[in-house]
Design a binder for this molecule. Structure first.
Ligand SMILES: [Zn+2]
Length: 128
């Protein structure tokens, strides 16, 4: 069983599976990970997949809006090493929760989901 999945205007995937369940899972993965074709902040289609390294050589996966610098960050599951977009408050690390404390109230009122589908604009912490 084969399927073509459109993630965005310039990104297509092909899935090939023996069973309906396997095909379903592949489609779900593509949609969850790659189907982010516009910015959750400003709705621009000018978004880019970025992999960057920090000073400790950890790599970070994120989708960055070229217009407003909004971004959607990805995490990795401990088991299986799958990646997922961080769209819920409880998916943020402690440090990220500190940085994004202004989103907590929204998440509490919206079953744990972050505002703007998880997109945010990074503000460096104010110098103390
Ligand atoms: Zn944007």
């Amino acid at each position: 069983m084969r399927a073509r999945i459109k993630a965005s205007n310039d990104l297509w995937f092909e899935a090939d599976a023996e069973t309906e369940e396997e095909l379903f899972k592949q489609v779900a993965r593509v949609q969850e990970i790659f189907q982010h074709n516009c910015c959750g902040k400003c709705s621009s289609f000018n978004v880019k997949f970025v992999c960057r390294f920090d000073s400790s050589e950890n790599d970070w996966l994120e989708i960055v809006c070229q217009d407003c610098r909004g971004k959607l960050i990805f995490g990795r599951t401990k088991k299986g090493g799958q990646i997922y977009p961080k769209i819920r408050w409880d998916q943020l690390s402690e440090k990220q929760q500190e940085q994004r404390i202004n989103e907590k109230g929204y998440a509490e009122k919206n079953r744990g989901y972050l505002p703007d589908k998880g997109w945010f604009i990074y503000k460096p912490p104010a110098a103390s």
